[in-house]
Design a protein around this ligand. Structure first.
Ligand code: MGP
Ligand code: SAH
Length: 230
């Protein structure tokens, strides 16, 4: 009897979506092991794809970033599977979430449902670069692709390595919408280049740099430009 019960529990584990993800993609295991840091409600039906696993902002960091935007209209320009969007939806007056990949947007909608905030977000499948001239908001949040999980193989990550356009271009486009810009960037990013972005703006912007850690390990850098800086 005891043996039978043990076996069925094992089957349950093997057949769970999380375990399937781990077994199909060994290179994602390190992210799967951190799944509750990424989404505390992971077990309630969160959906991820490969890029989602290695790109999603850990929940603790997303909560902090969202808190800085409380009550504002936020545009999440590269929303992915929704790690940031969910937290913005909890505290912001409204959220526009844009991603070029329709599969990511489907997952983001599902994940917002898990957190009970799906009705507080306007989702757009599209290219942020093309949509920019039609966007209006108080704060622009940029967490673009960093070029994959190998981003940290260089000592210093320079802004020209960002995608789908280099960081200078992305910042320039963002500034046509609002001076209140938040960027989530690699932990090895060139801080002098960020300062340059702030000082070379007309008028110069204030800049606050935040190191974002989870469990004592640095995961990324958040740059708050303009009136988002305290
Ligand atoms: P990581 O360095 O790949 O993981 O990403 P980790 O666990 O710190 O690995 P370690 O072995 O170096 O300790 C750290 C965090 O950066 C991820 O949790 C994501 O939030 C973020 N991140 C990573 N990438 C590759 C991207 C990206 O391309 N875009 C965005 N917006 N965030 C990313
Ligand atoms: N902050 C997100 C992760 C973003 S990862 C989270 O917490 O879940 C970067 C995302 O940018 C990817 O989902 C990718 O599909 C999207 N992307 C890439 N190019 C884009 C573009 N031109 N316009 C909008 N989204 C884009």
């Amino acid at each position: 009897m005891a043996r039978k019960r043990k076996r069925s529990l094992l089957e349950q584990v093997i057949n769970s979506p999380a375990e399937k993800e781990e077994s199909t993609s060994p290179k994602l295991t390190k992210y799967w092991l951190q799944r509750y840091n990424l989404f505390s409600r992971y077990d309630e039906g969160i959906e991820m794809d490969e890029e989602g696993w290695y790109s999603v902002t850990p929940e603790e960091i997303a909560v902090k970033q969202a808190e800085r935007c409380r009550g504002k209209v936020v545009i999440d320009c590269f929303s992915g599977v929704g790690g940031n969007t969910i937290q913005f939806a909890k505290v912001c007056s409204s959220v526009i979430a844009i991603d070029i990949d329709p599969v990511k947007v489907e997952m983001a909608i599902n994940n917002a449902l898990v957190y009970g905030v799906d009705d507080r977000v306007d989702y757009v499948v599209g290219d942020f670069i093309h949509l920019a001239p039609s966007l209006k908001g108080d704060v622009l949040f940029l967490s673009p692709p960093w070029g994959g999980p190998m981003y940290n193989k260089v000592e210093t990550y320079t802004l020209d390595m960002l995608q789908p356009k280099d960081g200078y271009k992305l910042f320039q486009i963002a500034q046509t919408i609002t001076p209140n810009i938040i960027m989530f960037l690699p932990r090895n990013v060139d801080l002098a280049q960020l300062e340059e972005l702030a000082w070379l703006s007309s008028p110069p912007l204030t800049l606050e740099i935040e190191e974002n850690c989870v469990g004592g390990r640095i995961k990324g850098i958040t740059a708050y430009f303009s009136c988002c800086a305290v």
